[in-house]
Design a protein around this ligand. Structure first.
Ligand code: ZN
Length: 432
């Protein structure tokens, strides 16, 4: 299998420091850098646009943010780590005592060295996130502290990237990742890079059965905006994959789509079993990432996720310790290979439907039955062409794929090819 870890690493180094949010310049810069990997189209949705029950918010810009003592010595500094500022903080330029400042300061309940990640997209607030040591330093300060948040919230737009790779079929597979997290490596960024490299890899294949639509959106509001603006496109989407948290050192896991019997779940299990790695199975849950939108009643797209150290689960989730020491490019590359194998399985997957499902097909009418009746006594182990036809008509229900049917019959998929083609040519089977 291919190894693009060196390239992934160079992009991790460039993209990790950008202070992304649900809108803003660093998101555009991120999409611009991703265009070096894959020719994304960048779309802008203006602030104030109604998207289903939501409205695109004003655009957020952060220039600087700090808390300093009266000598100007910075105790907390956005320039040292962009997680120090609560995302979407409104501007403030003030001097205050610790008691007044305290409600605006967040620290991690378990990890003293971590800066937690906090947001306030829809409530106009300001705040800082700090380590335990910084918290103590601020709390011990008896003199007033200088607080500066140099931000803007103004009408602008929400940016997202899109790339369509057409295949033989107009049916599409949606591959979605989110670009809205600032400096964290496993949550968001690992998925963004895996998605971009998966798109590039797939674009290099000569022929594709399915069409693939890659989207790079801010989580929740971006996915909702995409669905609202692209209602018609969404109708052609058959299956979804949300790619996130794919670069940790821990175990693989996969979150099932809302219908656990859907073939995408079975294919993912096959790929993970074949990889020889242990993996965790997370049943569908209403919490999670943008599968929440794609699985909603209006769309009901079966959307699954393969991850490695899944969101919510790893201790550094939503903290500054989810960094480039925790995540490596080779770990992302390994998960990329798993996704490529899944796509290969999706491409090879053939499903047929018996067009005459009620009672038996009159095979003689279609020249599929031996000319003289009465002499055939079925043999249990027989795999005559007639037996294969009968088994195919029994199993091909438009749901089960041919790989799985072949193994039920005790044959290889290739042994069925000629008979499948024959039954299709006689309009008895059709590929779905
Ligand atoms: Zn997150």
């Amino acid at each position: 299998m291919f190894d693009v870890a060196d390239e992934i690493d160079r992009y991790l180094q460039r993209l990790f420091p950008l202070c992304r949010s649900i809108t803003g310049g660093p998101n555009r810069e991120t999409l611009g850098i991703l265009q070096e990997i894959v020719p994304l189209t960048i779309h802008e949705v203006p602030s104030g646009t109604k998207v289903y029950d939501w409205v695109i918010p004003d655009e957020w810009t952060v220039r600087d943010a700090w808390i300093a003592d009266k000598s100007g010595q910075r105790i907390v500094d956005f320039k040292a780590n962009n997680l120090h500022i609560v995302s979407y903080s409104i501007p403030i330029d003030s001097t205050m005592h610790w008691e007044e400042l305290k409600p605006h300061i967040h620290k991690h309940p378990q990890l003293p060295d971590a800066i937690p990640y906090r947001t306030s997209y829809y409530q106009r607030k300001w705040g800082f996130c700090v380590t335990d040591a910084q918290y103590q330093q601020l709390a011990n300060h008896t003199e007033p502290l200088i607080v500066m948040v140099d931000t803007d919230l103004k009408p602008g737009s929400l940016s997202y990237g899109e790339y369509l790779l057409p295949g033989d079929s107009k049916q599409e597979i949606l591959i979605s990742c989110y670009i809205c997290h600032p400096s964290m490596a496993n949550d968001s960024l690992s998925g963004v890079l895996l998605t971009a490299f998966l798109a590039r890899q797939l674009a290099r294949t000569k022929q594709r059965k399915w069409s693939y639509r890659f989207i790079f959106v801010p989580e929740t509001i971006g996915a909702i905006a995409y669905c609202a603006i692209n209602k018609e496109i969404m109708k052609a989407i058959d299956i979804g994959l949300v790619i996130t948290t794919v670069g940790g050192p821990g175990p693989y896991g996969y979150k099932q789509s809302y219908d656990h019997s859907h073939p995408i779940n079975k294919l993912i299990e096959e790929v993970l079993n074949e990889s020889g790695e242990n993996f965790l199975t997370y049943p569908f849950d209403i919490h999670g990432s943008d599968e929440r939108q794609y699985s909603s009643q209006g769309f009901r797209i079966n959307t699954a996720t393969i991850c490695r150290d899944r969101y919510y689960e790893y201790p550094f989730y939503h903290t500054s310790l989810d960094n480039l020491e925790y995540v490596t490019a080779s770990q992302i590359n390994e998960t990329l290979i798993i996704y490529c194998q899944l796509i290969q399985k999706l491409e090879l997957r053939c499903i047929y439907r018996n067009c005459i499902p009620y009672c038996e097909v009159m095979l003689s009418k279609h020249n599929l039955y031996p000319a003289t009746g009465g002499s055939q006594r079925p043999e249990l182990e027989s795999k005559s062409d007639l037996d294969i036809i009968l088994w195919l008509l029994h199993y091909c229900d438009g749901k089960e794929d041919i790989t799985s049917i072949a193994s039920r019959i005790g044959l290889q998929e290739k042994d069925l090819k000629q008979i499948l083609d024959l039954l299709v040519s006689k309009n008895i089977l059709e590929e779905v």
